[in-house]
Design a protein around this ligand. Sequence first.
Ligand SMILES: [Zn+2]
Length: 234
Amino acid sequence: MGSSNQMRLAVLQALSALCQESGSFHHDRCPLGVTVSSVQMEQWHAHGPDPPGSPFSLPPIAGRQAVPQRAAVKVQRASGERSMVSKTFEVRGIAALVDLPRLQLGAVLAHELCHAFMHLFRFPRLPPVVTEGVCELWAWLWLSASAAAEGGEEAAARLRLLERNADPVYGAGLRQAKACFDEFMAAPGDGGPRTLPEFMKLVRRKRRWWVAEPAAPAGGGRHGAGARRRGRKR
Ligand SMILES: [Zn+2]
């Protein structure tokens, strides 16, 4: 990541401005965090062979690998001339609201890091229920690890809040993401235990949830279970 990348805390007004700039989905409401990412395009004409190491395919998602930030797309003209469009994927910064309780801040940052991950690994445009659902899953996993490590009641309470969220995008998205994640992790992997990066790879390939949303727990609010999906269905 370049030197322009930063993680910082911002007051509500500054955070709202960043949300508008980023055009992110969740920010018609009071934002808690935002990831500002960009794609820089460069175009040139190519006459010779492809430059060595041009990543024409999606980067592999694996352990501690560096993320290739550039992708080149070839355009073949009818005249036979080729153009190359290079795209550079960057995360310019992540911001979270000031003065959040520690555990909530951690969960917000986990959610935003998932957005950053999906941008850097060039996920396709997904329905908001999938994107926000998997980001909420990262927040859930972070809180779950905190609850296990600290045995705190607050982490457990925050987990329940996420699980019972009546929002048709965030709540339903999390429940679907978690059902898929649990199913994925329970199945035998090819050599060794399954991991979150492997799960993310599957999400990128499938572009949707593959198991039905579990019924929302009782007391889930007025929307309850059976919330409708938004966005494209593929
Ligand atoms: Zn989000």
